[in-house]
Structure formats: structure tokens, C-alpha cells
Design a protein around this ligand. Structure first.
Ligand code: SF4
Length: 112
């Protein structure tokens, strides 16, 4: 089961946008139910950082809400896709002005 861009959830959002809340909620629960089953034991968190809160969304989100600096790692793709659209307005020249900070990754994702 793919989480990001999941078709069931995309369909649910389409229904919400059309004003079909009941159908949107039904599809959303189908997604959530499938997610619950599939990830009952498996790791669902795509974050590669060395972090003791890996997969613990409740505490991870609370930490990010508390420090207010940036969003949880799993939200980067979604936001970067939107930011890329805005960045086109200046032909991505913002890239010349910024540098990504060094990140300490979990052992299995570190370069040897
Ligand atoms: S909220 Fe945090 S713990 Fe949950 S999936 Fe995203 S990065 Fe991982």
C-alpha cells in the first residue's frame, strides 16, 4: 500500500471538493482502515533521520508544533511540490541563496 498520493484518498478529496461529504468520509475511512491493517506491524514512517520518535506520529507532531520551525519529515514532499511551483516565479534563484542543513541520518541510510 502506497500512502503518498493514495488513489482512495485522492478520490475521497474529490468527493469532498464536490460537496459529497458523506461519500468523502466513507472513502477516507476505507483508506484509514486499509492503512490500519497494512501498517499494524510495519514501519509507515519515511523519515530517515536518526530519531527516537521514528514512527511515533503523536510525539513527532507535538515536537514540531512546539518548536514551530518546520514540519515533520514526512510532509516535506508535499510541501516541496507546492514550494517548487512558487519558486518558478523567480526561476528558482532562491536556490542560490539557501543551503540545506546537515542531517544526522539513521545508520542504515548513512553513506559508507
Ligand atoms: S509525523 Fe513524524 S513519525 Fe509520523 S510519519 Fe511523519 S515523520 Fe514519521
Amino acid at each position: 500500500m502506497i500512502i503518498e498520493g493514495n488513489q482512495k484518498e485522492l478520490d475521497a478529496m474529490e468527493q469532498f471538493h464536490k460537496g459529497n461529504r458523506k461519500e468523502g468520509l466513507r472513502l477516507q475511512e476505507e483508506f484509514a482502515s486499509a492503512f490500519r491493517r497494512e501498517y499494524k506491524e510495519k514501519d509507515h514512517c519515511p523519515c530517515q533521520k536518526a530519531c527516537r520518535y521514528h514512527g511515533n506520529c503523536k510525539e513527532c507532531v507535538a515536537i514540531h508544533r512546539a518548536h514551530q520551525e518546520h514540519v515533520p519529515n514526512c510532509m516535506r514532499g508535499l510541501l516541496n511540490r507546492r514550494i517548487r511551483l512558487l519558486s518558478e516565479l523567480t526561476e528558482h534563484t532562491i536556490a542560490d541563496e539557501i543551503e540545506a542543513p546537515h542531517e544526522v541520518l539513521h545508520r542504515e541510510f548513512q553513506e559508507k
